[in-house]
Design a protein around this ligand. Structure first.
Ligand code: SF4
Ligand code: MG
Length: 310
């Protein structure tokens, strides 16, 4: 049984007359003590998955199970446990931290909402977590704008972890940061995962990060998972044409290249209307059957793959 699991999850957005399936038939399982990477270009639906998983938005159909319980059908007590157990860090720490609050109040907020802690207990917990994040106590008295980008993201992580969640959803947590800061934050996340035996859903467009940090990876393209399996296996031998494109386009170590976020093109978005494979317009291996048949996600050679070549 997965710790946090989705069953045939669907979410569609309407843009004028266009119905865009942001997430289609999603079946993933995030377990404790493991880093699950969800990778895809910007616009592929990754953040929608994050928002669905923390109950910020409601799916059109399908289920999200937390320890076997449907998160939309929970009794109040279970719902409180769910909210404490699954937390999130967003991409832009500047936007996600209230500029008018001091760091101490920002980190304390979840304790106030959920916990029954005395002021003293709260203060101890805050100091402990701030130190675990590699920050100095003195920042507690400052405002977000007085911190560096890296410090702000550490504060956001501190806030996400203060209630001891079992799963952390990290939605592009490093993309607003410099390369040098990215490495130290990656180390921090790996260390936290080890010491807390926590599961992390790591959402990113950056395959270099996926390779460094995750055990398991799911590749998402226009709302659909196209390939999923052990990170090492997929990097060694990507089977889906889209995964191959992504892996072949991993830039070198040039700062400028690596900061670029790939985006789904407008032409590609039109393939949302396709009856078959959404990668059709870009695929070098396409066959005529691909245009009108939706490939299913099949298990092949120990991994899952959605392509009519297999
Ligand atoms: Fe390419 Fe066809 Fe596979 Fe789609 S189903 S990725 S078009 S070969
Ligand atoms: Mg996003």
């Amino acid at each position: 049984m997965g710790f946090l699991k989705t069953i045939d999850l669907n979410k569609t957005f309407k843009i004028e007359t266009l119905k865009i399936p942001a997430v289609e038939n999603l079946n993933i399982e995030i377990n404790r003590d493991e880093i699950f990477a969800l990778v895809g270009e910007s616009g592929s639906g990754k953040s929608t998955v994050a928002r669905l998983l923390i109950k910020l938005i409601k799916p059109d159909s399908g289920h999200i199970l937390f320890k076997g319980h449907n998160i939309w059908q929970m009794k109040k007590d279970d719902s409180v446990i769910f909210r404490k157990s699954v937390s999130i860090v967003f991409q832009d720490p500047y936007a996600s931290l209230n500029p008018r609050m001091k760091i101490q109040s920002i980190v304390e907020e979840p304790l106030k909402i959920h916990g029954q802690f005395s002021a003293e207990e709260a203060k101890l917990k805050i100091i402990e977590i701030i130190k675990e994040m590699g920050l100095d106590e003195t920042i507690l008295d400052r405002y977000p704008h007085q911190l560096s980008g890296g410090q702000r993201q550490r504060v956001a992580i501190a806030r996400a972890l203060i209630l001891n969640p079992e799963i952390l959803i990290a939605d592009e947590p490093l993309s607003a940061l410099d390369i040098s800061l990215q490495a130290s934050l990656l180390q921090l996340l790996t260390r936290i995962k080890e010491s807390r035996k926590m599961g992390i859903l790591f959402i990113t467009h950056d395959l270099n990060i996926v390779r460094t940090i995750s055990h398991y990876v799911a590749v998402m393209h226009l709302g659909r998972i196209v390939e999923e399996g052990q990170t090492g296996e997929i990097f060694k031998n990507p089977l889906h044409p889209y995964t191959q494109v992504l892996i072949n386009s991993i830039p070198g170590f040039h700062r400028r290249n690596r900061k670029k976020t790939p985006r789904i093109s407008t032409e590609e978005k039109l393939s949302w209307n396709l009856k078959g494979c959404r990668f059709f317009n870009r695929c070098d291996y396409k066959m005529s059957i691909c245009e009108n048949n939706i490939p299913e996600l099949k298990t092949i050679r120990g991994r899952k793959i959605r392509c009519l070549l297999y």
